[in-house]
Ligand binder design. Structure first.
Ligand SMILES: [Zn+2]
Length: 263
């Protein structure tokens, strides 16, 4: 594949790589996409025999009106993330970046990059992380680590409580139609990314943007990579929606893991 060998050359010649990762990266570890392009949001999940639509549980309103089921879903997801190891592609990428400057922008909330050993100061999680929670009272601006819970034992009186006021919490991730997400952690990461971006762009370094598994459904990651790659090559890797417009950009129709293991 011509595109693959060109991508390989660009990556090995680069001094700095900005990685933009979407759901496709997690899917290859065996995780369902959180906001993926495979229609998962329209399917339902069973919790103790009751079928729930993802959409019904992933909103601020659900944590307000139906907190037990909403937390059961999050607990179920968190357990799944904890049991799942990052695929080999992550480790191959980490090895490849050993002698390069890098930053990761990811829409995934599953901490797979951290788990694989990437530097936490070089990660921007644009939708937050499942491992943090915030008070339902959004005037409180602090966030907390999400405690370990057993979804079978969740009751109204033992839901994760806010250390400030003792009230209910919700995960600190960007939910559907979410006006209430406290994005402070993500903002700090964003500032680190901006600083890295200006420094790297001011240097004489060869820069490449590598976008992996980012779909069109929620196009935040695609927009971020296109925005970053105004003056440098962008490699777009995806099994579908892999097309790319600008002439100096490259599109590779491959899955995340397969691609990372071939470069
Ligand atoms: Zn509180």
């Amino acid at each position: 594949m011509r595109e693959l060998s060109e991508a390989k050359k660009l990556i090995s010649n680069a001094d700095a790589i900005a990685i933009f990762a979407g759901a496709g990266m997690s899917v290859d570890s065996g995780l369902d996409s959180f906001r993926g392009n495979n229609g998962l949001w329209t399917t339902s999940i069973p919790i103790e025999g009751v079928e729930y639509n993802y959409l019904d549980l992933m909103s601020h309103q659900a944590f307000d009106e139906n907190p037990i089921d909403a937390w059961k879903f999050i607990t179920h997801l968190k357990e799944k993330f904890e049991q799942t190891n990052p695929h080999e592609g992550y480790y191959h990428l980490l090895e490849l970046l050993r002698d390069k400057d890098y930053f990761i922008v990811s829409s995934n909330i599953d901490d797979q990059f951290l788990k694989a050993g990437f530097d936490e100061n070089k990660i921007l999680e644009i939708h937050g992380s499942i491992n943090f929670m915030q008070c339902m009272d959004i005037l409180e601006r602090e966030i907390w680590l999400t405690p370990d819970m057993n979804s079978n034992e969740l009751r109204l009186d033992n839901l994760p409580a806010c250390p400030n006021c003792g009230g209910h919490c919700r995960p600190n991730i960007l939910l559907f139609g979410d006006w209430f997400w406290i994005s402070i952690r993500s903002v700090h990461q964003q500032l680190r990314f901006q600083k890295w971006k200006s420094e790297i762009k001011a240097s004489k370094k060869k820069i490449v943007a590598l976008e992996i598994g980012a779909g069109k459904t929620i196009p935040t990651v695609r927009k971020a990579s296109e925005n970053f790659a105004k003056e440098c090559p962008l490699i777009r890797v995806n099994t579908m929606d892999y097309e790319i417009k600008a002439p100096n950009h490259l599109s590779v129709q491959m899955g995340a893991k397969d691609f990372l293991l071939s470069i």
